[in-house]
Design a binder for this molecule. Sequence first.
Ligand SMILES: Nc1ncnc2c1ncn2[C@@H]1O[C@H](COP(=O)(O)OP(=O)(O)OP(=O)(O)O)[C@@H](O)[C@H]1O
Length: 257
Amino acid sequence: MSDYLSVDKVSFGYGSRPVLREVSVGLTKGDILGLIGPNGAGKSTLVRTVLGLATPSSGRILLDGHDIRAMSPKVRARRIAYVPQSSPLSFPATVFETCLLGRTPHMGASPSRGDLAVVEDMLRRLRLEDFAFRPMSELSGGERQRVMLARALAQETEVLVLDEPTSALDIGNQLFTLRVVAEIARERGVTALVAIHDLSLAARFSDSLLLLDKGAVVGHGNWRSTLTEQTVRDVYGVNVEIGLLRDIPVFAPHELT
Ligand SMILES: Nc1ncnc2c1ncn2[C@@H]1O[C@H](COP(=O)(O)OP(=O)(O)OP(=O)(O)O)[C@@H](O)[C@H]1O
């Protein structure tokens, strides 16, 4: 199958310091790609280039064969939704109003019944309906993170880009939230790029993994081939034991190298 989202030899630098070095990866429609690598490896920077927020010094990003830089911000927002690592509150809003912002690229002057129904559905799906009329400023960090995901899902895009979507969540909500993302990817053929530090969750919920180190791809494929004890030691500087518990990949770091 041909790639739906294609990162083609993308390089990027801040000043003279290279941060991405000829990164290439392709995702077919409905794929979930887990983007992993140590702090500073370039994951968020790659995410920003995919969103068109950072312009590569060379290479390109193609969505369904079209260069994303040729798309207007509005068209991009209809096709790609993004949840950043953290989302500062910029103005007072309830949970419902925040999720409704996800409908902006589709909306006229005011929301239609359809827009309201999408938001209600997403809040229900993420078990946030009881929060609908709470102000965002009064939510916990994890609750806020789930709302930002609901907002991105309410955008109903073909591509979902999530930067550390579970960083503030407890273990139950990590599992629940990634299950919802995986269900939606499957149901609607949504292609997802998910930067994530938790190797067990990354291995469990991704169709394939892209391992970055110092801006370069050092592994790509299924979790077993990408995350060996050797590669984890080389890239993360930690000795790790990798096993399966109830068929779930488990990574136990036991000693720094
Ligand atoms: N605005 C900036 N100006 C200069 N350097 C930057 C800037 N933003 C990021 N960097 C550098 O680029 C490199 C890659 O950063 P990036 O945020 O992409 O890493 P990451 O893999 O997402 O890390 P983390 O896991 O810690 O979130 C780092 O060395 C970082 O210091």
